[in-house]
Design a protein around this ligand. Structure first.
Ligand code: RB5
Length: 153
């Protein structure tokens, strides 16, 4: 799978660890920063990963900031992006199963690296259940713009 990943300054180490794990697992990872030693604004990084998913340069995205909250708020402004903030394996699994989340958001200051890693693995390995599709269609209908992705759910 092609996975775009980014973080702000609050979660550089966790992002790097997740990127390395995903690469080792055979995924094609595109790392959109941020670099160490700079204070950055998480919306800029949510936009980069969201745009990669929107353009289909990436199949999925992972965003990490201090809490994951800012990244999820920002990413969900983008048409076709379903970003889920998760804190445990159960919510990560359900984000895939019920919500078909195409972006996973994590808080590097509130979850440890093992939990974060297990969340990503659960989200990637859990299939979407089609019985929830009509709810995703209703979410898409809430988007203000009409530039939803072709063929998007
Ligand atoms: C940065 O200090 C922090 O606000 C950010 O990483 C994130 O937690 C925002 O939601």
């Amino acid at each position: 799978m092609r996975i775009a990943i980014a973080s702000d300054h609050a979660a550089v180490a966790l992002r790097r660890a997740l990127a390395a794990e995903l690469t080792a697992a055979g995924h094609e990872v595109s790392d959109h920063g941020a670099d160490e030693g700079q204070r950055v604004d998480y919306p800029d990084y949510a936009q980069r990963v969201g745009a990669a998913v929107q353009s289909r340069d990436a199949d999925r995205g992972v965003l990490v900031c201090g809490t994951g909250i800012g990244m999820s708020i920002a990413a969900n402004k983008l048409a076709g992006i379903r970003a889920a903030l998760v804190h445990d394996v159960t919510t990560a699994r359900l984000a895939a199963q019920h919500n078909d989340a195409n972006v996973l958001c994590l808080g590097g200051r509130v979850v440890g690296p093992i939990v974060a890693s297990e969340c990503v693995a659960a989200w990637l390995s859990t299939p979407f259940e089609a019985r929830h599709q009509h709810r995703l269609d209703k979410i898409a209908a809430l988007e203000p713009s009409t530039d939803a992705l072709p063929g998007d759910r």
